[in-house]
Design a protein around this ligand. Sequence first.
Ligand code: PEP
Length: 267
Amino acid sequence: MQRKKIVVGNWKMFTTLHTAQDLAQRIVQEMSQLHFPETAVNALGESIPGGVDVGIAPPFVYLSELAKVVDHHPVLLGAQNLHHENQGAFTGEVSPGMLADIGCKFVIIGHSERRHGFHEPDLFLNRKLKSALLANLMPIFCIGETLAEREAKQTEAVLEYQLDAGLSGITAEQTVHLVLAYEPVWAIGTGKTATPEQAQHAHAFIRNHLAKKFGNDFARVIRLQYGGSVKPENARELLHQPDIDGALVGGASLKADSFMSIVKAAL
Ligand code: PEP
């Protein structure tokens, strides 16, 4: 099984230009000092490509500047959102083509702050996902249940629905670059982390559901990230669960030291 870990920082709306440049520079510098093994062994004892994919998702307005900082370095640049149309009269929006133009490699879609804070419906997220794939951007598609849904024992039903609706009309061949992020809403920015067992259980459920939808081969290679108050202290245990292939990190990605500790914990 070939599943290289992927750790991505979602900077949300927290940086200035200056702090964003500084943070990106420090990440680039630390990455250049890390020596990744060519191959590694995953939690199942299988040989996989060594190292870890690392990405940063700064605010839209700083992307062009940060593209210069990460250019020719092993740090992927990505956006926190996009519009599904490639052009048109959509005041204030940013298209997939525009993101690709300035050097973005990935885009976060369906973050809970967009699902719940901006009421983005599943149909809309499905369109975004399709247009990101068409533009050759790697989508990081987020799904996850609220606290009320977890307490009502609806976690699996919610995940199933969000997967089916979000991936509707998409084939396994189209999704080679797709990354899925399981982000329980109750764990995002709250300091409450899913236990490694809870996170592993949800990831295994997601992988099994994907196997039913797209086949075992697809389910074995797709990367599933965990997100929700990942910190240097809890990263290693979470990141070494059999079905967890990386982390989507909010708060702890805003400091180079804590972000890079999480990157190193993925190895
Ligand atoms: C996120 O924004 O995707 C996230 C997981 O945030 P935090 O790490 O701060 O919980």
